[in-house]
Structures are given as C-alpha cells and as structure tokens.
Design a protein around this ligand. Structure first.
Ligand code: HEC
Ligand code: HEC
Ligand code: HEC
Ligand code: HEC
Ligand code: HEC
Ligand code: HEC
Ligand code: HEC
Length: 390
C-alpha cells in the first residue's frame, strides 16, 4: 500500500476508533484504556483492590524497598520511560531487515515511531505501553481497541531497547522469519489473549476471572496486591483500628506458605517447570537461567532440604536482587557450614555438606554463575550444582 493511502486509512481508523471509544465510555462500557490509570491510584470504590498509594503509611519499609525494585516499574506509559528518553530523536536501522529503519520521537505524552524502507515512509505507530523496567530491556506495545467493542488487542513493537547496548535491537522472538503468522515488519500482533498474558505478568489483576482486560480494576506493575491478594478490606479494618491478626490476614501473608506454595506464586511469572518444554530442562541449556523458579527446583538444595529452600531464603521479595553476594553466601552457609555443626543451634536441621573446594566463600560465582541467555542478556543460573567448569 502506498504511504499516503496508509496514512489516510490510519487517520480514518483513528477517528472512527476515537468516536467509538467515546461513545462506548459514555455508555459506561469498556472504555478505551486511559493511560493515566497507569498511575494506579484511581481505582473505583467497588474494586477489591486498595491501590498503590494505600500501603505506604503503615508499611513504609516494604513500600520503600518495593518502589526501588523492578517489580514497581515493569509496566509504564511508554513515553515516561528511561528507554523512551534514550531513543527520542534518534534513528535505528533494523538489524535483520536490510533497508528498513525506525525513528522515534516523544510528542507530548506519547512515544511515536516511524518506519521507513530505503528512506521512504511506510508506517507510523503510537507506542502506548513499555514492558520491562530496562534492567535488561524495554519492549513497547501499541494498543488497538476493537471498533466493535470486543477486547483490546495489541502490537508488540518490532524493536526493543537493550540497556547494555544503549540501542534498539530486534525484540526477542521476532528475529524469526517474517512469514510466520502475526509477524510483520512493524512487529508482532498480540491477540487479546496474548496481550492479556503480557499484562498479567507485568501487572496486577489484569483480568480477574473475566478473561478480558478490565482497565477499571487493573493496576500496572507487580504491585503489593499481586502477591498478597486484594487488600481493600485489610486497609479498611486497619484504619478502623482493628489489630487482630486473623482479621488483618491477607490471602498470601508471611509465615503461612510452604516453600512449594511460594515458588508457585513467584513461578507463575518467573515460570514453572510445567510452563517450559520438558526437554529444555537440562543443565546444558544456558537459556534456562532466565527462569529461576524452573532451575531452583532441579537443585539438590531444593529436592533434599525437606521444603526449607524458597525464594525468600535468599531474596527480600520487596527489594532489588541485591548485588551483594554476601547475603546469598550467608544463605548457602546456613546449610553448608564448614565447621562442626551443633544441631541445637543450626537454623535448618539437615545433613550439612561443606564444599571440598572452598568451604568459606565465593559460592555464588562457582555454583550460580550468570549465563548468557541470548540477545546479550545475562541471568543468574538458579540450578545450584557442581559444575565441570567449577
Ligand atoms: C506478576 C508476576 C510476578 C510475580 C508474581 C513475581 N515476579 Fe518477580 N518479576 C516480574 C517481572 C515482570 C520482573 C521484571 C521487572 C523489570 O522489568 O525489571 C521481575 C523481576 C524480579 C527480580 C529482579 C528485579 C530487581 O529489581 O532486582 C527479582 C529478584 C524477582 N522478580 C523476584 C521475585 C520473587 C522472589 C517473587 C515471589 C515472591 C516474584 N518475583 C514474583 C514478575 C513477577
Ligand atoms: C509468564 C509471565 C510473563 C509473560 C506472559 C510476559 N512476561 Fe515479560 N517478564 C516476565 C518476567 C518474570 C520477567 C523478569 C525476568 C526476565 O527478564 O525474564 C520479564 C521481563 C521482561 C522484560 C525485560 C525486563 C528487564 O529489563 O529485565 C521485557 C522487555 C518483557 N518482559 C516484555 C514482555 C512482553 C512484551 C510480553 C508480552 C508479549 C511479556 N513480557 C510477557 C514475565 C512475563
Ligand atoms: C513479589 C511478591 C511480593 C510483592 C510485590 C510484595 N510482597 Fe510483601 N511479602 C511477600 C512475601 C513472599 C512475604 C513473606 C515473606 C516470608 O514468608 O517471610 C511478604 C511479607 C510481607 C509483609 C510481612 C512482613 C513481616 O515480616 O511480617 C508485609 C507487611 C508486606 N509483605 C507488605 C507488602 C507491601 C506493603 C508491598 C507493596 C509495597 C508488598 N508487600 C509487595 C511478597 C511480596
Ligand atoms: C492503617 C494501617 C495499614 C494499612 C493502610 C495497610 N496495612 Fe497491612 N497491616 C497493618 C497491620 C496493623 C498489620 C498486622 C501487624 C503487622 O504485621 O504489621 C498488617 C499486616 C499486613 C500483612 C501481613 C498479613 C498477614 O496475612 O499476616 C501484609 C501482607 C500487609 N499488611 C500488606 C498490606 C498492603 C499490601 C497494604 C496496602 C494495600 C496494606 N497492608 C495497608 C496495617 C496496615
Ligand atoms: C535450605 C538449605 C540449603 C541452602 C540454603 C543451600 N543448599 Fe546446597 N544443598 C542442600 C542440600 C540438602 C543438598 C543435598 C545434600 C545431599 O547430597 O544430601 C545440597 C547440595 C548442594 C550441592 C551439590 C549438588 C549436586 O549436584 O550434588 C551444591 C554444589 C550446593 N548444594 C551448593 C549450594 C550453594 C552454592 C548454595 C548457596 C547459593 C546452597 N547450596 C544453598 C541444602 C541447601
Ligand atoms: C540460594 C539463593 C537463591 C535462591 C533460593 C533464589 N535466588 Fe534468585 N538470585 C540469587 C542470586 C545470587 C542472584 C544474583 C544477584 C545479583 O546479581 O547480585 C539472583 C538473582 C535473581 C533474579 C534477577 C535476575 C538474574 O537472573 O540475575 C531474579 C529474577 C531471581 N533471582 C528470582 C528468583 C526466584 C523467583 C526465586 C525462587 C524460585 C529465587 N530467585 C531464588 C540467589 C537466589
Ligand atoms: C572455586 C570454585 C568454588 C567455590 C568458590 C565454591 N565451590 Fe563448592 N564446589 C566446587 C566444585 C568444583 C565442586 C565439586 C567438587 C568435587 O566434585 O570433587 C564443589 C562441590 C560443592 C558441594 C558438594 C559437596 C559434596 O560432597 O557433595 C557443595 C555442597 C558446595 N560445593 C558448596 C559450596 C558453598 C556453600 C560454597 C561457598 C561457601 C562453595 N561451594 C564455594 C567449586 C567451588
């Protein structure tokens, strides 16, 4: 299609969508998602969620840690991100499609992308959402409301911002042949179900049992209530002065979950063994390092510690994965002490096996090395084991 005609079609579609969107929201039905709700503080009275601003006063420590972590920045309006500012005003060649290039501009609160082929204009997209804090990468998604009022679908942008390179590269999964269904030079079409998948792992209660996106009950990011469950009633009671532990208990609270329950909670997003092909769960597969909850449960540390090893043995779930190896090594040494063991004082009663190579330090570097998982990204291998390259 020649460029001019594309623009005309897009403009007409945009006007129609805008009008339909307004009309729908007037009727109080599926309004066009309003990106300002991504601030996460405008939940309606009847939502079971309390929202992101309501925990701070009473739980300042968890809130401060969480706000500094990737969980709090994994789904944002595109134009607000560090990645958008890094590419604003720049042009990038598509590394895999010769002659094709993209340029980016922040226009007001929008990030706009334009594609050219051999210098000739081809398409223009509004990039609505940014997935990924950019610790590793940020991928942009455009939202497409269904003119007939059906569920939202989307387009995963062709290029992704890789922070270690400070540049745009092909989005993971899109390098494969262009003739696969859903792929085009603009990106990868996200059906309503796939879009919902992305938002479910990068957001909170995207679709409470309804099967389609409910902007009015949706909170961006892995918010407190994603792990702990809806907390509006908790806040109401606590504000009313109730202090009974039973009445303040949340669906997921401290000290009640087994290791397996907790790994299931984290693994719904960080992946569970049932979510990856069985043949990919082998020590040689470096890419498995991207899925910590799949690797960890293969370890003898997990299978032979009678339910003592869980994600929070090493991680504070409210904080960044600390870069201080000491905290992790302290966890190793709780179970693998090198000195004589006094069963009365040992926190975790089980057979202690010290390391024959270095019983005191350096555990993570040798037994949980970072591995390259593709696209130049490195993740920590959670399949703790002896390694030939030890
Ligand atoms: C709703 C999905 C979801 C759940 C549940 C979840 N995570 Fe995450 N987690 C993510 C996403 C998405 C990221 C990537 C964040 C980003 O964009 O940087 C992430 C990142 C992380 C990081 C690295 C981020 C940092 O700031 O260092 C750690 C560590 C982590 N998760 C641990 C956990 C643990 C432990 C649990 C369970 C207690 C858990 N996660 C549960 C989705 C989830
Ligand atoms: C099954 C849950 C799940 C789904 C579905 C999912 N993600 Fe993620 N995503 C994660 C988790 C967990 C992480 C953090 C670990 C990692 O980077 O793999 C993550 C990380 C990312 C990152 C890198 C963040 C960073 O800087 O570390 C990007 C970008 C991303 N996802 C984009 C997407 C897009 C786009 C989609 C939909 C097409 C999507 N994700 C679907 C769970 C999910
Ligand atoms: C990624 C999942 C996750 C997120 C997000 C999360 N938490 Fe937690 N939180 C946990 C887990 C897991 C525990 C229990 C740790 C344990 O069993 O010791 C916990 C424990 C707690 C506790 C009890 C602490 C204690 O020691 O008694 C409070 C209070 C809490 N979280 C509040 C919050 C608040 C407030 C937020 C948002 C700012 C939040 N959490 C976000 C997973 C999460
Ligand atoms: C008005 C004060 C107040 C507010 C607001 C509040 N909490 Fe609490 N919360 C408490 C008190 C009091 C307890 C019980 C004592 C304790 O563990 O600190 C508690 C306990 C918890 C626990 C442990 C629950 C359990 O099952 O054992 C979690 C998790 C938690 N809060 C999360 C949250 C989250 C998430 C929010 C925001 C949506 C929030 N709280 C808002 C006062 C509050
Ligand atoms: C909750 C306790 C616990 C923690 C924490 C723990 N381990 Fe283990 N680990 C075990 C148990 C139990 C075994 C199996 C011992 C046996 O053979 O009976 C084991 C086995 C191992 C093995 C031998 C695995 C094999 O393939 O034979 C290595 C290596 C190891 N652990 C290293 C570590 C390192 C490094 C850390 C910290 C990053 C760590 N462990 C943390 C309990 C733990
Ligand atoms: C035995 C200790 C240990 C346990 C248990 C553990 N982790 Fe980790 N995790 C680490 C270490 C070490 C790092 C690397 C931290 C750094 O870079 O400083 C890490 C990093 C991460 C990261 C950041 C991305 C990466 O790969 O570097 C995520 C996400 C993560 N862990 C998730 C989890 C989840 C989910 C669980 C539970 C299934 C879990 N971890 C259990 C030790 C552990
Ligand atoms: C320089 C690399 C290196 C460091 C540092 C290191 N290990 Fe090891 N570890 C190895 C190698 C290699 C083996 C396998 C030795 C063998 O099979 O003879 C091993 C074996 C083990 C075993 C299995 C012992 C058995 O008899 O089954 C455990 C447990 C272990 N290490 C834990 C740790 C802990 C905990 C730390 C930190 C205090 C640590 N390692 C530090 C390289 C290292």
């Amino acid at each position: 299609m020649p460029g001019g005609l594309t623009i005309a079609v897009l403009l007409t579609a945009a006007v129609v969508l805008g009008v339909v969107g307004l009309w729908k929201s007037d009727l109080g039905r599926r309004p066009r998602p309003d990106l300002t709700t991504l601030a996460g503080s405008r939940l309606p009275e009847e939502s079971p969620l309390a929202g992101s601003l309501s925990c701070r006063d009473c739980h300042p420590g968890e809130t401060a840690g969480h706000e500094a972590s990737g969980h709090a920045r994994t789904l944002q309006p595109a134009a607000a991100t560090e990645a958008a500012h890094a590419i604003d005003g720049r042009r990038f060649d598509d590394p895999a499609l010769p002659g094709q290039s993209w340029s980016y501009r922040i226009e007001g609160s929008r990030l706009v992308a334009e594609r050219r082929e051999n210098g000739e204009f081809r398409s223009r997209q509004l990039l609505d959402l940014a997935l990924g804090s950019g610790a590793h990468a940020t991928t942009f998604v455009s939202l497409s409301p269904d003119p007939a009022g059906g569920p939202l679908s989307g387009l995963e942008h062709r290029l992704t911002y890789y922070r270690h390179e400070g540049s745009m590269g092909v989005t993971p999964g899109q390098a494969a042949a262009q003739d696969q269904p859903g792929r085009s030079p603009d990106g990868f079409a996200l059906s309503p179900a796939r879009l919902l998948d992305c938002l479910s792992c990068h957001g909170t209660h995207a679709a409470p049992a309804s099967g389609s996106l409910r902007p009015e009950t949706f909170l961006p990011n892995v918010h407190c209530e994603r792990c702990h469950g809806p907390a509006r009633e908790h806040v109401r009671r606590a504000e009313a002065g109730i202090r009974s532990e039973r009445l303040l208990a949340l669906p997921f609270g401290p000290g009640r979950a087994t290791a397996a329950d907790q790994i299931e909670l984290c693994g719904r997003c960080h992946r569970l063994p049932s979510m990856v092909p069985a043949e990919s769960i082998v020590p040689e597969n470096a890419a498995l390092a991207r899925f910590p909850s799949v690797g960890l449960v293969q370890s003898a540390c997990y299978t032979r510690s009678a339910g003592q090893l869980r994600c929070t043995t090493c991680h504070d779930p409210h904080a960044r994965a600390a870069s201080a190896a000491n905290r992790y090594e302290a966890a190793c040494l709780d179970c693998h002490a090198s000195g004589p063991v006094d069963p009365a004082t040992e926190p975790i009663p089980m057979r202690q096996v010290p390391c024959p190579v270095n019983p005191d330090s350096g555990c993570v570097g040798c037994h949980m090395p970072a591995r390259e998982v593709g696209y130049g990204l490195r993740f920590t291998d959670h399949w703790i084991r002896r390694r030939a390259d030890g």
